[in-house]
Design a protein around this ligand. Structure first.
Ligand code: ADP
Ligand code: MG
Length: 530
């Protein structure tokens, strides 16, 4: 028990004593009970006055003494003695005041501890035993009812002593329980305090900026990292609303991850990545918002640098491919023209050489126009049109192109709503490219089936052929520009198709095995009529 607690208990003891003595005194004078019967009325009054005086002395001493326990014992002993004197004055065995003695035992247990209770109980037993004994042997001048036998005296002493110890036991038990509970509560209290201190330190030292706001967006907490990242001191931040610190937050903060730029007083513009979420209390009630943010300026710079590098690498690769694609036809063109200039070829071969030269020029032209479509496409123009009609047209044209022999059958099965809203010309190009590839994949003949269907507001257009299929190794590369396995191929057909479908927010899937290939184009269904 600390001195502080003990001094508080002593204060209560002194107060309770004053109240008790006052009540006793009051009852003397107001009720006039037993006053006359007391053998020593004056002495009783003196005792009470003495107790009052002692109270004043105790109160003065309370703030001076250092040894509180000793002071407490002194008071308790004096109390016990005073009560025994009162009992002596008011008739010994016949006194009405023996009931007060257990109160001193209880006070001892409550103010000090269990042991003090037993000590005061023992002290009371001795004093009371002596008084009653001396009264019995008439060594003290106290009168008593002569009908009381020796047995009655013994029993009285026995009953009192038993009561003292019983009270000492019970009050000691209660006070030790109380002490334990108080101790446990104090422990919990300090645990909680430590935990909240730990939380505070954690938030202070975390490298991410953290703030909390009320429901209006006014800042309530702002940790050290937040100060460093934003350049706002805590004092200033706490008087602001959150959109003054992060101007890129739209009014009426919502739960989201946002990136934005703030201007730091010293470090200039900084890119911030900020996640805001609602702050809820245990009852799930919204208390405001909590935000966690990082300075991602450096990361962003690195990202653009890498992107730039990747772009250059891609441009380099593309240029190499173009050069390669163009050089081949030029080489054969050059050969043909040279032979014609030398005039060494027979007349009948001249026509053949001219044909080769023209074919190579065509091919060059194809490569260039394909490449232009791929590299600088015109922007998409969305129109409402009939998809079925457009597919019919395209397949009709395909059926009349040179490589299509009679042994290729084209089958159609259109189930999607035909009224679409898209770029007609561009989609036509996609389907043309897919159809051409399918036909080119079936030199020995086969079947091209084209079907459409609608599923979950998406339109699927499926081109299935019975050609040789795409090898596992190549299937990941077919959309790369210039990837081709054909002698006269440009490798741009699927790259163009891919880009166009991307413009329509759709995608292309391929499944292929050695008995055929399926391309599935999926685009969102936007009804052309609405
Ligand atoms: P190109 O047709 O000029 O070769 P594409 O981009 O249209 O270029 O196609 C790239 C490659 O993908 C083709 O060379 C071919 O190997 C493969 N490919 C595309 N479609 C099919 C198909 N239906 N069946 C088999 N292979 C295909
Ligand atoms: Mg092609």
């Amino acid at each position: 028990m600390t001195d502080k607690v003990l001094s508080k208990k002593l204060k209560s003891l002194i107060t309770v004593r004053v109240i008790f003595v006052t009540l006793l005194l009051g009852s003397f004078f107001i009720l006039q009970v037993g006053y006359r019967n007391f053998p020593y009325p004056r002495a009783t009054l003196n005792l009470i006055i003495a107790l009052y005086t002692l109270t004043i002395v105790y109160s003065i001493l309370l703030n001076r003494v250092k040894l509180y326990a000793l002071f407490a014992y002194a008071q308790l002993f004096i109390d016990a003695s005073a009560i025994n004197i009162l009992i002596y004055l008011t008739g010994g065995i016949e006194s009405w005041f023996s009931f007060i003695m257990p109160l001193t035992v209880m006070s001892a247990s409550a103010v000090l501890d269990r042991r003090a209770g037993y000590i005061i109980a023992t002290f009371n037993s001795i004093l009371y035993g002596i008084i009653i004994d001396l009264q019995y042997y008439k060594l003290l001048p106290i009168e008593y009812d002569m009908t009381l036998t020796e047995k009655a005296f013994l029993y009285n002493i026995f009953a009192h002593i038993s009561a003292f110890y019983l009270v000492a036991f019970l009050s000691g038990y209660l006070s030790s329980r109380l002490e334990k509970t108080t101790h446990a509560l104090e422990q919990t209290d300090s645990d909680l305090r430590e935990l909240s201190l730990f939380n505070e330190e954690l938030i202070e030292n975390i490298p991410s900026g953290i703030f909390t706001t009320d429901t209006e967006g006014r800042i309530l907490t702002f940790n050290r990292a937040a100060e460093n990242i934003t350049g706002f001191g805590r004092k200033i931040a706490l008087s602001r609303s959150i959109d003054e610190i992060f101007p890129f937050i739209a009014r009426g903060v919502d739960i989201e991850r946002i990136e934005g730029v703030i201007s730091h007083q010293k470090a200039g513009d900084r890119v911030i990545s900020l996640t805001i979420s609602e702050l809820r209390d245990i009852a799930e009630k919204n208390k405001g918002f909590i935000g966690i943010f990082q300075d991602i300026t450096q990361f962003k710079e690195m990202e653009t640098e890498i992107k730039q590098k990747e772009k250059w690498a891609a441009i380099g690769e593309l240029s190499a491919n173009i050069a390669h694609e163009i050089r081949n036809p030029i080489a054969s063109l050059k050969g043909s023209v040279e032979m014609l200039r030398e005039n060494i070829v027979a007349e009948e071969h001249k026509k053949r050489l001219m044909e080769i030269a023209l074919k190579e020029m065509d091919r060059l032209n194809n490569i260039i126009s394909d490449f232009l479509t791929y590299s600088s496409p015109r922007p998409a123009e969305f129109n409402a049109f009939d998809l079925n009609l457009m597919l019919d047209d395209t397949l009709e044209l395909l059926a009349h192109t040179a490589p299509v022999q009679d042994n290729i059958a084209i089958r159609k099965d259109f189930n999607a709503p035909p009224d679409v809203y898209a770029d007609n010309q561009k989609l036509r190009q996609v389907f043309w490219n897919l159809g051409m590839n399918a036909i080119e994949a079936m030199p020995e003949g086969g079947e091209l089936s084209v079907s459409t269907r609608e599923n979950d507001n998406l339109i699927e257009i499926i081109f299935r052929d019975t050609g040789a299929g795409i090898s596992q190794e190549n299937i990941g590369k077919v959309f790369y520009p210039f990837f081709t396995t054909k002698d006269g191929g440009t490798g741009l057909g699927l790259a163009i198709a891919y880009r166009i479908i991307e413009e329509h927010n759709g995608k292309i899937n391929i499944t292929s095995n050695n008995s055929g290939t399926t391309f599935k184009v999926i685009i969102p269904y936007v009804n052309g009529k609405t």
